[in-house]
Design a protein around this ligand. Structure first.
Ligand code: NDP
Length: 523
């Protein structure tokens, strides 16, 4: 019997450090990368099906949300038939890719990480332009992409080869993890590199083939990542990029009988639709489709009367307005003890008014645009609702500029059951809710259908302990912001309508892309 030992030698996983843009050694190359990427605006990208370039008559394009007249890239727009062809081709490629030794697949991931380190500024610049991320937010996205490659590579080494089971006299027993088949990967636009790449490399390193449908707003980031993956040795047949309308192409990919699983990150509505369609067997389907669904959030930070208020204000503001509040982990509700409510509200408003909003390519702007015109209109619609549901104390409107800029908005005195306290807005809008005491605050924190992230600021250990037991979220943060999960340190994923709690960047994640085969031989 082979042993579980592998030939690839690796050091212990550590997170990729973020770049410090106050240093010229990072600032100057980032400025150069922004210029280079801008000089390539308008480029057309082909699609790859079965390893071959495909061009369609219908096209789609992505724009720069800071300056919507700038077209970043032109993409093919696949039909449902082409989506079906992509699954068929990926299914054929599975027969070869699944036989590639795990160590070779792992080496591809490590090479992707290496290339990303070499092209970090270029990747950051594309994210900055296409997703509207500030320099540090774009860099965190790229760093997380590198982390996923390094972390899942190491995890696959652990999971490859025979796994030990309880010995049994008279038998030689072991278990191996084998891949599932064709995985459909459907990411959102808000972590256009890290989430798209994370679900993709987890699928590939475990031996599955992938049809990746990028988010309509950020296809260039996905296309750049796919190019890097090919360069790192991932065969074109094993990784297909199919751009197109989410509802048309997404539905076809999910429905196809040869689709073995769907790894999705996005809204509750689309996640539930995928769950429903995947749950219905179609003619020719041989398996129960597996779904890995990471969905929305309505994340709260509780600020107790025994909190360090200054630190709570900073944590809430960063969690609410970092990347314009467009993180699934973003704090959209501050639940504040009535004993410090007025003081907290005054300080949060003062701090929020210091935030600079403008084009993302300018590093002086902490907040850039929201991702699209439709996102902007939805958020402004919620702000209008909020004007009736509370007191708008900061923001409340668009910010100047031709881009999709919205002022960071604080709405106080919001009822815990108000719409802006319950529905995911996915923009820079913070609802502040008053709580009678800590137990009441916990009750409010648990009163939505979501359960993704949450935070508590308090110096009282008994209250922190109670929160650990009662606050029903997949990622709980104590006396720190509720965004910025790090691969390895904070396995990420939520409860209830926030998804299937898949815990990306955690030690259980790759098992979602594998199945265990138990083998017993009589000796
Ligand atoms: P959407 O649900 O709108 O879209 C996500 C992806 O699904 C996109 O690629 C989209 O394509 C595609 N899609 C749309 N319709 C269908 C369909 N019928 N079948 C299959 N795929 C489809 O979410 P957003 O992109 O707007 O992302 C924001 C959401 O993601 C928020 O709710 C946020 O909380 C959540 N999120 C959750 C995370 C978590 O870890 N829990 C992490 C990050 C974000 P297209 O773009 O072409 O429409």
């Amino acid at each position: 019997m082979a042993t579980a030992e592998t030939k690839v030698q690796v050091s212990e996983f550590t997170n990729e450090p973020f770049l410090d843009f106050s240093k010229a050694e990072n600032r100057v190359p980032m400025e150069a990368a922004l210029k280079k990427v801008a000089s390539e605006f308008g480029k057309e990208y082909p699609m790859y099906i079965g390893g071959k370039q495909v061009f369609t008559t219908a096209k789609m394009s992505s724009v720069n949300p800071s300056h919507p007249s700038q077209v970043i890239a032109v993409f093919q727009s696949a039909s449902a038939e082409q989506a079906n062809e992509a699954i068929e081709a990926a299914n054929r490629a599975f027969e070869t890719w699944k036989r590639v030794p795990a160590e070779r697949r792992v080496e591809c991931l490590f090479r992707i990480a290496k290339i990303l380190r070499e092209r970090r500024h270029e990747m950051n610049a594309i994210i900055c332009y296409e997703a509207g991320k500030s320099w540090p937010e774009a860099d965190a996205d790229t760093a997380e992409t590198i982390d996923f490659c390094e972390f899942y590579g190491r995890e696959m080494l652990r999971l490859s080869g025979p796994q030990r089971v309880t010995p049994m006299r008279g038998e030689k027993n072991y278990m191996v993890y084998i891949p599932l088949g064709v995985g459909v990967v459907i990411p959102p636009w808000n972590f256009p590199a890290a989430i798209a790449a994370g679900m993709t490399v987890a699928s590939l390193v475990t031996g599955n083939t992938v049809v990746l449908k990028p988010a309509g707003d950020t296809p260039t980031v996905a296309a750049k990542f796919v190019d890097i993956a090919y360069e790192a040795g991932i065969p074109k047949e094993a990784l297909t990029l199919v751009a197109g309308s989410g509802s048309l192409v997404g539905d076809a990919l999910v429905r196809h009988p040869k689709t073995r699983y769907i790894a999705f990150t996005g809204s509750k509505e689309v996640g539930l639709r995928i769950s429903e369609i995947a749950g219905k067997a179609v003619p020719g389907q041989m398996w129960i489709k597996r779904t890995v669904l990471e969905m929305g959030g309505k994340d709260s930070i509780i600020v107790d009367e025994e909190a360090d208020v200054e630190s709570a204000v900073e944590g809430v503001v960063q969690s609410a307005f970092g990347y314009q509040g467009q993180k699934c982990s973003a704090c959209s509700r501050a639940i504040v003890s009535e004993k410090i409510y007025d003081d907290f509200v005054a300080k949060v408003v003062e701090r929020t008014k210091e935030i600079k909003v403008g084009p993302s390519e300018d590093p002086l702007n902490y907040m850039g645009p929201v991702v699209s015109k439709s996102a902007m209109n939805t958020i402004l619609g919620y702000i209008d609702v909020g004007k009736k549901e509370g007191r708008v104390l900061a923001g409340g409107d668009r910010a100047p500029g031709d881009g999709y800029f919205i002022q960071p908005t604080v709405i106080a005195d919001v009822d815990p059951k108000a719409r802006i306290a319950q529905e995911e807005i996915f923009g820079p809008v913070l609802a502040v809710i008053k709580a009678r005491n800590f137990d009441h605050a916990l009750e409010i924190a648990n009163n939505t259908e979501f359960g993704l992230t949450g935070g508590v600021y308090s110096k009282n250990p008994a209250k922190l302990e109670k929160a650990q037991e009662v606050f029903h979220v997949g990622n709980l943060y104590l006396n720190r912001k509720c965004t910025g999960a790090m691969v390895g340190a904070h396995p990420f994923g939520g409860f209830n309508m926030s998804g299937t709690d898949s815990k990306t960047g955690g030690k259980d994640y790759l098992l979602l892309f594998l199945q265990g085969k138990s083998i017993a031989e009589k000796i």
